[in-house]
Design a protein around this ligand. Structure first.
Ligand code: 5CA
Length: 442
């Protein structure tokens, strides 16, 4: 992308109502624009990152055996009357009436609809287990939308729903999602700790929140400090095998959100290992048995020939919230430091003299080579001053930057900068291209 043709409305100063750094940086970097309280337009740069985060979530869901579909944002109120949640949900639900006076709602979550889809076609245990998911916009009329995309009213969620014949099967499905979550957050450079959690309006008795520690987080959390550095199992686990040991390894140590906190159990942890901190909830998984299948009559014939209510679970990831969480975890005074896996562009190209034949040719060569390697570059071909170009590229957090100036290029040299370490290296153009395309490909 050539910056001269792009739409990147960066701001020098953060608007005064943005209280936390991720919100300030997303506004300054021209990623989002507030359209109403808790409702944002995703500007081109923000959308690129959102799409990358969404794609990582999708790949890890698919790897764990979940199947993607897409449900609508609008749902019939009558569906929610079947589960009893229409009245229970309260003012967070946006209720809408169409021209026929039919009551609709903008979905805050999809347990009812997926149960309705499931019961319409699955009738036998032979079709189980199943895990269906989608990535779709949700609306919750939060009392206090704040911190930008962290607590929005309209937000993007990945929500998966599992269906099993019995409790043992449901536990396996839960474990698959538990492990998939460890992997997907790690791919975004996040250390997300699973913690025992309250189930709120979703229901059930087994639940974990995945928490990224951050001082600006909305949740108070308590855990054993070893959990933070435990790392993810990686993609090569046996998805059809027994994942319980991996889950046990992470649930044996104390970790709980404020609602589930047990002071006595926490105090049993050695004092030096106790971590009492704040965190951002980036994911939440639930196992709730027959809470929806019972009232909504989602039954399958079992091997015994009898009807069984399916055992269900639901598994949410805050896709749009993740952008805020990643920035909270990875920034400096100059701006965002994107992990390479979610960066809006792999390489930034800064020309210090646009119009100079040698500079233009070198920039074009880098630009072409990066794209030929299957990666993306943002080429600052504007006539802004060097200082401003450096500041913008750092603000938007492009991981690798190549700087082309007339003096250097006269000797065939360019500079390559790593956004994260700040390290700069001068190199012959060809070497820089080879290094950048190899790095970008990594
Ligand atoms: N149906 C279940 C799981 S699919 C569910 O809705 N769970 S949830 O309420 O915990 O939401 C799932 C995830 O969405 C949360 O972990 C959080 O990361 C994200 N989320 C929830 N509310 C908001 C909000 N107002 N703004 C941004 N993200 C949110």
């Amino acid at each position: 992308m050539r910056l001269s043709r792009y739409f990147l409305p960066v701001l020098k100063e953060a608007p005064s109502d943005a209280q936390i750094v991720s919100h300030q940086l997303m506004l300054r970097a021209g990623m989002i624009r507030q359209e109403a309280a808790g409702i944002y337009a995703w500007l081109p740069l923000g959308l690129r990152v959102l799409n990358k985060v969404e794609q990582i979530v999708r790949e890890e869901m698919d790897r764990a055996g979940a199947i993607e579909l897409l449900m609508p944002t609008l749902q019939l109120a009558d569906l929610w009357r079947e589960s009893g949640r229409y009245d229970a949900y309260g003012p967070e639900m946006l209720r809408i009436t169409d021209r026929h006076e039919r009551e609709l709602l903008y979905g805050p979550t999809n347990e009812e609809m997926i149960t309705e889809i499931f019961r319409g076609s699955v009738k036998s245990y032979k079709d189980l287990p199943k895990n269906l998911y989608h990535v779709q916009w949700k609306f919750r009329d939060e009392r206090r939308p704040r911190f930008g995309v962290m607590r929005g009213r309209e937000f993007l969620m990945k929500d998966a729903y599992s269906f099993d014949l019995d409790e043992a099967g449901a536990r396996k499905s839960y474990n698959r999602m538990f492990v998939a979550y460890l992997n997907l957050f790690a791919r975004m450079g996040l250390k997300a700790v699973p913690m025992r959690a309250d189930t709120g309006p979703i229901g059930g008795d087994l639940s974990h929140e995945f928490i990224v520690l951050a001082d600006t987080g909305e949740s108070a959390v308590f855990c054993h400090k070893d959990l933070v550095e435990m790392g993810a199992p990686g993609p090569d686990v046996d998805w059809d095998g027994d994942l319980q040991p991996l889950v046990d390894q992470r649930t044996a140590l104390y970790a709980a959100t404020e609602e589930m906190h047990d002071e006595a159990a926490f105090n049993a942890v050695a004092e030096g290992d106790r971590l009492s901190a704040r965190g951002i909830e980036v994911g939440h998984i639930f196992s709730f048995g027959t809470k929806y299948s019972e009232p909504m009559k989602a039954l399958v014939a079992g091997p015994d020939g009898k009807d069984h209510m399916v055992q269900m679970g639901s598994y949410g990831v805050g896709v749009s919230r993740l952008l805020g969480a990643i920035i909270e975890a990875s920034h400096d005074e100059a701006g965002i430091i994107w992990p390479e896996s979610v960066a809006p562009f792999d390489v930034g190209i800064i020309s210090l003299r646009v119009g100079d034949a040698a500079c233009d040719a070198a920039c074009e060569a880098v630009y072409k080579a990066v794209h030929a390697a299957g990666k993306t570059a943002l080429y600052d071909d504007t006539d802004a001053r060097g200082g401003g170009k450096f500041a913008s590229m750092d603000l938007i957090g492009v991981p690798w930057q190549v700087i082309v100036g007339p003096k250097g290029i006269a000797e065939g040299l360019v500079e390559v900068k790593n956004r994260k370490t700040g390290e700069r290296q001068t190199a012959p153009l060809a070497d820089a291209i080879a290094g950048l395309t190899a790095k970008a490909a990594g």
